[in-house]
Design a protein around this ligand. Structure first.
Ligand SMILES: CC(C)(COP(=O)(O)OP(=O)(O)OC[C@H]1O[C@@H](n2cnc3c(N)ncnc32)[C@H](O)[C@@H]1OP(=O)(O)O)[C@@H](O)C(=O)NCCC(=O)NCCS
Length: 240
């Protein structure tokens, strides 16, 4: 199906400080037709991180997501994130290689009672674990794990144009189908200080954001204003 037919939003010139991103929303509306794949010999798990602490979650999310410009969980209210992780309906399953966390899949069961939907909120591998057959196995594991529970009617996942190029074809091969695509502008987290300037090296840095105008009462009058000099923009200091 062509991108235009899928209701991709029309966007014009990219505003300063923003990045254009294409998000693909996908779903699987019937259980997998193939048996679960055996775990690759190098992997242990998945292990459910019960009551996953914020520190452990951020270690996984930040280490995996830095390369791919994952910023949502970094910028959200951290108390809210802690409460979300304490909810037994949000599951973080971690795989290990050589005794070290190698990747995780995050399953969100909160919509199951309402309409039978389960969401894969995140699937990702540590940089050193990519391309070793672990991702397709972890996704296959998650799909079977979800569909063995009663009352599941659909499993959703999404991917964006910042993600690893293997993600979308992998989801299609695993049995997900495209629902819709959405094109939008998102804040470049390297300008807002949410991520270090070295994050997402495959995504060119957005144009510098425009300066935020100060409120009228704070603006200097013509008499006390210093001579105007061009502002040198640098990304805000990164705050983990
Ligand atoms: C996406 C991800 C989970 C895939 O896992 P992986 O272990 O790297 O992938 P696998 O080794 O299992 O290979 C999966 C398939 O992708 C293919 N692939 C690898 N690199 C690819 C690329 N650059 N473009 C397209 N396909 C690619 C492989 O050939 C393989 O195909 P096959 O099953 O027919 O052999 C993993 O790369 C990852 O975590 N990336 C970073 C985080 C991310 O982007 N997550 C997805 C968020 S939606």
């Amino acid at each position: 199906m062509g991108v235009g037919e899928m209701g991709v939003g029309q966007v014009g010139r990219t505003p300063p400080g923003k990045l254009p991103v294409l998000i693909t929303f996908m779903e699987m509306a019937k259980p997998p037709q193939t048996p679960p794949r055996p775990a690759p010999g190098i992997a242990q798990g998945p292990v459910l991180a019960r009551n996953c602490t914020l520190a452990y979650y951020r270690f996984l999310y930040d280490t995996i997501g830095e390369r791919w410009l994952w910023s949502l969980r970094r910028s959200m209210d951290q108390d809210e994130l802690s409460r979300m992780l304490a909810d037994p309906q949000v599951e973080v399953h971690v795989i290990h290689v050589d005794g070290m966390p190698a990747g995780f899949v995050e399953l969100d069961w909160r919509l199951l009672p309402a309409d039978g939907t389960v969401a894969i909120d995140y699937l990702g591998l540590m940089p050193w674990a990519i391309g070793r057959g672990l991702g397709s196995w972890l996704l296959d594991w998650a799909v079977h794990h979800v569909w063995q529970r009663p009352r599941v009617r659909r499993l959703t996942i999404n991917t964006c144009s910042f993600d690893h190029p293997a993600a979308l074809p992998l989801y299609l091969r695993t049995g997900f189908r495209r629902l819709r695509q959405e094109r939008k502008f998102s804040d470049d987290p390297r300008w807002t200080g949410v991520m270090p300037p070295t994050a997402g090296p495959h995504i060119p840095l957005a144009e510098p954001p425009l300066p935020t105008p100060s409120p009228p009462e704070m603006q200097p009058t013509a008499t006390d204003a210093p001579p105007r000099r061009p502002i040198a923009f640098r990304p805000l200091a990164y705050r983990p």
